[in-house]
Ligand binder design. Structure first.
Ligand SMILES: *Cc1c(COP(=O)(O)O)cnc(C)c1O
Length: 384
């Protein structure tokens, strides 16, 4: 037995159960048309919902900041790694989300891990939705609190679990838009429970920001409940098209995290270049509300076309899961779609439950009706 044999065995097990993963490299940037080994593919799986990664005004502004400030930030935020642009971006996020203050982390993953581990201590409880993102799960693990998992978006189950621990302090945390199912949290009930039982509410806006609500402000706007969530977390890497995670809320919350959140404190801050890109993209979302409107129209159109063609896929968000079940089938459909010129990621265990493998369609505001028709036709051929 060599010291490597355990890894070899595990990898070969993954292969035989169709759960082996590898990366696909595109020869082009993130846009609705990408190139793979010189071949053109229609991309219907990107998180760049508003097609901001390549917007010329974002690139122009980021280039200007690049020339002025260079690449690396040179330090952590509390030492030498805060430039004016970091502060400006945080002010812009706070304004966008209608909060007193905001704080940028290096990634959304680091934000969730850093927020939960700072706020929840031994003796506290974190109530977490069964389908929450892995970064929330890891945040629970890293905190010393008890993690209590409630049934997906089931507020009755949540209340029962809270009642069983009444009087204990803690946090209720949920994705706003669930990343692999595309459904939306029952925010009114979640906030009601948080208030009733004196718990903090925390919502992850990764797939809600720039997508839902009349002007793309996210889950609170969708429900007309602005200002109701205690801890609003999100990422700059999806609809914003850049990099970084954020949290916003009261000044007290942000001051506390600056002083205690380890993934914020002990890591070199992001480059001024990505900060600039995020800031310009946020401005554009506000200046051009038609982008968000177009994305929402695309969601509506695509779902109705899927339905017309007998394919089950419903969503109010940019994520439309087409559940095929078996892992092997999902991989087969993905390959077949690629042969037809479409790139759609197959999602398997452990990202989703075993036997719930799916094609995860993600729409962009720039997709045209013709492109979506083409996708639905290709899907019909490869699934039915
Ligand atoms: C992508 C995602 C994250 C992590 O954000 P990154 O910036 O990619 O690290 C966190 N939460 C949810 C729900 C996500 O989908």
């Amino acid at each position: 037995m060599s010291k490597w044999s355990r890894m070899e065995t595990e990898l070969s097990n993954l292969k035989s159960s169709h759960l082996y993963r590898k990366m696909t490299a595109f020869d082009s940037g993130q846009q609705k048309i990408v190139y793979m080994q010189g071949e053109e593919k229609h991309l219907f799986s990107s998180n760049s919902y508003l097609d901001m990664c390549n917007d010329f005004r974002v690139k122009e502004y980021a280039s200007r900041i690049l020339q002025e400030y260079g690449i690396g930030s040179g330090g952590s935020r509390l030492t030498t790694g805060t430039c004016q642009i970091h502060t400006e971006l945080e002010e812009a996020i706070a304004r966008f989300k209608k909060r007193e203050a905001a704080l940028v982390y290096n990634t959304g993953y680091m934000a969730n891990v850093g927020i939960l581990s700072a706020l929840a201590k031994k003796g506290d409880v974190i109530y977490s939705d069964k389908l929450n993102h892995a970064s929330i799960i890891d945040g629970c693990r890293l905190s010393k609190a008890e993690a209590v998992i409630y049934k997906h978006n089931d507020m009755d189950d949540l209340e029962e679990k809270i009642k069983a621990r009444e009087g204990m302090s803690g946090i209720i945390v949920s994705d706003g838009v669930f990343s692999m199912d595309g459904d939306i949290v029952n925010l009114p009930r979640l906030v009601e429970l948080a208030d009733k039982y004196h718990l903090l509410s925390m919502i992850d806006e990764a797939h809600a920001t720039g997508v839902i609500g009349d002007t793309g402000k996210g889950t609170e706007e969708y429900y007309n409940m602005e200002g109701s969530v205690d801890i609003l977390m999100g990422t700059l890497s999806k609809a914003i098209g850049s990099e970084g995670g954020f949290v916003c809320g009261s000044r007290l919350l942000i001051e506390y995290l600056i002083n205690t959140s380890r993934s914020f404190i002990f890591s070199t801050s992001l480059s001024p270049v990505t900060m600039a890109a995020s800031k310009r993209a946020l401005e554009l979302i506000e200046e051009e509300p038609e982008r968000v409107k177009q994305l929402q129209e695309n969601i509506h159109y695509c779902c109705s076309q899927l339905k017309k063609n007998g394919i089950k896929g419903e969503s109010e968000t940019a994520i439309i899961p087409i559940i095929v079940g078996e892992e092997e089938k999902a991989m087969r459909v993905m390959d077949n779609l690629q042969e037809q010129g479409y790139y759609i990621s197959a999602i398997r265990y452990p990202t989703v439950a075993k036997g719930k493998a799916r094609l995860r369609i993600a729409l962009m505001s720039s997709h045209t009706k013709e492109e979506m028709d083409g996708l639905v036709e290709a899907l019909s051929k490869s699934i039915l």
